[in-house]
Design a protein around this ligand. Structure first.
Ligand SMILES: NC(=O)c1ccc[n+]([C@@H]2O[C@H](COP(=O)([O-])OP(=O)(O)OC[C@H]3O[C@@H](n4cnc5c(N)ncnc54)[C@H](O)[C@@H]3O)[C@@H](O)[C@H]2O)c1
Ligand SMILES: O=C(O)C(=O)C[C@@H](O)[C@H](O)[C@H](O)COP(=O)(O)O
Ligand SMILES: [Zn+2]
Length: 359
């Protein structure tokens, strides 16, 4: 089993990665809990809920709450309903919330844990590739119709228990979505790793050993960053590569219409193109574009207005005084933050759409 320690100035927790961990969840917890609420979604419920319930044995009171699968469930309505479940199931300050699912469940359940009775313990039990990213680092949130994750906090889990066996049932679309964040971890940290991923066809040659290696590398890139800058004062912003446009697309197209990873993939292409223009450097735009295309990522955006997108981008959490701040690259592994003018951005967006249409 791989175990990584995440040590910030205020917290220490472990990320455990192996197969079959969902059957022994309590063995990864440092405390005993007498009342546990498992929060999951309607797809994951059918696949893994029973295993996790049984892992607690008979002496713990275990209840569960299920939200509909999909990004639109990361909402204020579900947040409120989950609070009601926690109250009705008698959770107190010594109880535990289990976030069983992908990043949607992790962010939502984490935000419930962060705010229930001003904060109770929770454990992340990720079940998607994407959640190698979302389960680590303590960002928890729900969406607002105006923008992604606008309501949230930094609230680290007690542990992350990543049973990679659960990934075998992921549909292709979710494999693609999760790999976008692995690519991001490569671009911001390590050219050799990025190139390794670019050599991989993630759909036809899906290999659990290679996947596990990629997940652990992604987690360690993220761990190194959040250990130094847990609350995004500076270098944590680099983990937002591709997200300024990505989040704007998710909110504008409608939550769930495009997956988070698909949106971030487009956002990373945009960031590479803008970086090339701003810094006059050559970056692997074509390599990434060809890899995304080979792996069937959606790469067309014909019906999105660039002015509408710009307004969405201004609502990004990195913005200051309504000026967009984007993560750019001077080279792979050399991230920067750049403030861009509205007119400049409109030109970059126009150029980006034109290039996308050409293919
Ligand atoms: N907190 C963070 O640092 C962070 C980082 C990255 C992304 N996120 C957030 O994570 C969310 C995206 O996460 P996601 O891609 O995991 O989405 P998700 O949780 O919606 O899961 C995607 C789909 O896969 C299904 N699913 C989950 N596990 C499965 C399994 N093992 N087998 C089959 N189907 C399964 C889900 O039911 C859902 O339909 C977004 O809300 C994004 O904003 C947060
Ligand atoms: O952990 C981080 O920091 C990230 O930026 C990781 C992102 O992949 C993730 O999508 C995160 O939720 C985005 O954060 P936000 O602050 O832009 O909402
Ligand atoms: Zn992300």
């Amino acid at each position: 089993m791989s175990s990584l320690e995440i040590k910030t100035s205020t917290n220490i927790y472990h990320v455990y990665v192996d197969v079959k961990l969902r059957h022994k969840l309590p063995s990864f917890l440092e405390k005993e809990y007498s009342n546990v609420l498992i929060i999951t979604d309607s797809h994951v419920e059918k696949l893994f809920l029973d295993d996790v319930i049984h892992s607690f044995g008979t002496t713990t009171k275990v209840s569960y709450a299920v939200v509909p699968a999909g990004e639109s469930s990361k909402s204020i309505e579900n947040y409120f309903n989950l609070m009601t479940s926690a109250i009705e199931n008698g959770l107190d300050r010594h109880s535990l919330i289990v976030a069983l699912g992908g990043g949607m469940v992790g962010d939502l359940a984490g935000f419930v844990a962060a705010t229930y009775m001003r904060g109770i313990d929770y454990v992340q039990v990720p079940t998607t590739i994407l959640a190698h990213d979302s389960s680590v680092g303590g960002k928890v949130a729900i969406n607002h119709p105006e923008g992604k994750n606008l309501i949230g906090n930094f609230y680290p889990p007690q542990a992350v228990v990543y049973d990679v066996e659960t990934l075998n049932s992921l549909p292709e679309k979710e494999v693609r979505s999760g790999y976008a964040e692995i690519v991001k971890h490569g671009l911001i940290s390590d050219e050799a790793f990025f190139n390794q991923v670019m050599e991989q066809n993630i759909l036809s040659t899906f290999n659990p050993q290679i996947l596990k290696k990629h997940l652990i590398k992604g987690i360690s890139v993220k761990a190194n960053i959040v250990e130094t800058d847990e609350k995004e004062g500076n270098i944590r912003k680099y983990l937002n590569l591709g997200h300024t446009l990505g989040h704007a697309l998710e909110a504008e197209l409608g939550y769930g219409k495009i997956t988070h990873g698909e949106a971030v993939a487009l956002g990373m292409l945009f960031a590479l193109q803008v970086s090339e223009k701003v810094y006059g450097v050559t970056l692997p735009y074509d390599t990434l574009y060809n890899w995304l295309s080979k792996n069937n990522y959606p790469l067309h955006l014909s019906r999105v207005d660039k002015y509408v997108l710009l307004n969405r981008m201004k609502k990004d959490k990195k913005s200051r005084d309504l000026k967009v701040q984007m993560v750019l690259l001077k080279a792979i592994g050399q991230s920067t933050i750049e403030q861009l003018d509205d007119e400049q951005l409109i030109q970059f967006l126009e150029n980006f759409f034109r290039e996308l249409v050409k293919g």
